[in-house]
Design a protein around this ligand. Sequence first.
Ligand SMILES: [Zn+2]
Length: 305
Amino acid sequence: MNSAPPPNEAALAPARTHICVDCRTLLAPGERCDLGPAHRVVSLADAPGRRSMLGEIWGSPEVRKSARRAAQVGAGAGAASSLDWCTGCDGVADGEGFLVMIAFMLIAGVFMLIFYALRALYRAYVAHRDRQLPCGAGARAASTARPKGRDGTIVRERSTEGPLSGLPCAAWSVSLSAKSFLHGPLMLSDAGTLGFDVQLDGGAGVVRIPPGRVRLEAPTVFTRKAGDPVAEAITDPIDPLRAADPDGDLIPYDEAREARVEVGQRVRLHVELDEIPDPDSAAGDYRGPPRMLLVPRGVPAIKAL
Ligand SMILES: [Zn+2]
């Protein structure tokens, strides 16, 4: 009999304090990125890892310093009054001299207004040109670095909740992305499940996806903006120092997106499969060979069809 207690979701998601620099996948300590041995993994929980990631996202310390200086110059555009220049209005002239003075003041005022407007436009242009853009990663297809997919349908799930929506599902993914970026918009990616079964097409067997991390490629069904308490509840435990670090944000995102799959969803599995006896049927059944199950070798990649 299989009497294993239901897994605790918190236990399934140990503090994922490491991140893949190349694809921004959130990882547990000691875990390698499943997209390839060349993918670099750093810790967000220690100073060297943070410095390394800051360099990847915002550039070298020198670049960050000059960008901050440029931003300060752009923000420092003065809002001087167009009448600041007028310091000679102590006396009032008479007749023709008075009219000449008024005309002079009007013409000079127009030129000063044009000057301040052009200066403000130039400073805005410089600030925009020199603004810091975070470097992110591009989204990867579920088939990236994976074997050819096998199609099937999710037939059983141990229901979990989407982290952003709180809605039940078999598996979820959350991606944090920035609108202004270099290289790619993705700043952080995470996905998980409490486990589900996929019935492969053509009677090719049942795949049992175990609890843990997955890769999920599916349409976005829920979004939250940066600053939303639910979205911040995801980022804060990963990088609690981000708000206090004046040197730059390690997770500079504008939008958090959630994707989900549930029972009945058609999926394509991109993962090597091993065949094992079904632990639910093998024990105590002496009438024949045990029913077999297929299980993924490594982190399963799932594409919603
Ligand atoms: Zn990676």
